[in-house]
Write a protein that binds this ligand. Sequence first.
Ligand code: KG4
Ligand code: ZN
Length: 364
Amino acid sequence: MPPNFTILGIESSCDDTAAAVVRGQPTDSEILSNVVFTQTDAHAAFGGVVPEIAARAHAEKIDIVAEQALDNAKIRFGDIDAIAVTAGPGLIGGVLSGVMCAKGLSAAIGKPLIGVNHLAGHALTPQLTDGIRFPYLMLLVSGGHCQFLLVEGPDRYTRLGGTIDDAPGEAFDKTARILGLPQPGGPSVEDAAKTGNPAAYALPRPLLNRDDCNMSFSGLKTAILRARDEVVKDHGGLPRQSQADLCASFQAAVVDVLANKSRCALRAAREINLNVRTLAVAGGVAANASIRTALEAVCAEAETDFVAPPLALCTDNAAMIAFAGLHRMAAGHTDDLSLSARPRWPLDQKSPTMLGSGKKGAKA
Ligand code: KG4
Ligand code: ZN
């Protein structure tokens, strides 16, 4: 029987300071604790994540959160087999806070350090939560990421496509801002859309006619801005019904793009590996009920299982980092104190990111 490992995970690549303990083997493990300290309030006044504020807040909280994770797991530092830490991609100040804390702990307790790619953490989560086996297709949709990954092993990722500009969560957040709704935009736009007409505004569905897995969401936000200005010109303000109609029309456009491109990605994944029978999602946007329903329908049509981990493990957390670390530990891959923090780190080295660095940090 393969050995059980107890891994402390640390995550600080964006605006959540997180630590968690995961124990077990790659095929059978459990989360002993999962602590997330979110910085949402610290950034609220700025309409987005401010890297300097984020870095400082991570540095202030990271050791406290790590201790809390051990307390909640009812273990001590001596019980840990390794410390896994997000070493990128992300906002460099935050990633550095985590890496420095992990190095300090590693040196102090004499246990190995494991640098984890944040995206690998997301991509491996459905194994931790639902026990699914390789290969599978992963759609990562959050405020900072949007990509399709064929996952064939803990170290084998093929990026099949992704957004060429904004991530969908970013588009939800910007739409909320344009329409005067609170942040984070995803839940408030989804809520307003419930009483709106999704056919009220004909918004663009960019790149839909192209037979690849790439997407674009920045034009949608410009279209919303124009449509809002027209309404304001005609009515002298933004009536509640128009706000709801704009939200519903925006959401319908995002749903159409994600559903159609998921169909494309399933085909592309199966061209590479015929055994792909599951589509898994991760990222905050995966909380959206209309998006989930549309993806479920795409999967049913393609005789594919659909897996959506619980929301707390879809969004940024350290349990996924500990679990990715567990995979590396089991494969005998550990790092030493020369581990560096990387603002960019594409999972698929053959297909580097096409995106720049946005409000939520380096996108991959
Ligand atoms: O994964 P996450 O917590 O953080 C990162 O971006 O890494 O995702 C946050 C994003 C935000 O942009 C938020 O507006 C979006 O996920 N989001 C949603 C919903 N809930 C959160 N988007 C659409 N519908 C939702 N219900
Ligand atoms: Zn993330």
